[in-house]
Write a protein that binds this ligand. Structure first.
Ligand code: F3S
Length: 104
């Protein structure tokens, strides 16, 4: 499965939802998640994200995010169309501690 990590926060580019064949992305105020049980592992979303926020769960750093993605996919509304991105400043790309300071 593929997951969204906290580098999505402040951006929400939503390029990922335009290519997902099973519409498994869900939208929170500050980031998206991908439902791990609906994702069919096709991998087309991973290269689409301009800030590399999508990873396969085989990535050691992604493992911790599977539960997070599953939890919020059940709480947030589905998103199936591209939307204008959040105006996250460039320095937010790769910033440390985004989840703690900017998650809502
Ligand atoms: Fe987020 Fe990247 Fe999708 S910024 S909304 S995971 S394209």
């Amino acid at each position: 499965t593929y997951i969204v990590n906290d580098n999505c926060i402040a951006f929400k580019h939503t390029d990922c939802v335009t290519v997902c064949p099973v519409d498994s992305f869900y939208e929170g105020e500050s980031m998206l998640v991908n439902h791990p049980d609906e994702c069919i592992d096709c991998g087309v979303c991973e290269p689409e994200c301009p800030v590399d926020a999508i990873r396969p769960d085989s990535d050691p750093e992604a493992k911790d995010w599977v539960g997070f993605n599953r939890k919020y996919a059940k709480l947030w509304p589905i998103v199936i169309e591209q939307k204008p991105p959040l105006p996250g400043p460039d320095e937010m790309d790769g910033a440390v501690g985004k989840l703690e300071t900017h998650f809502s």
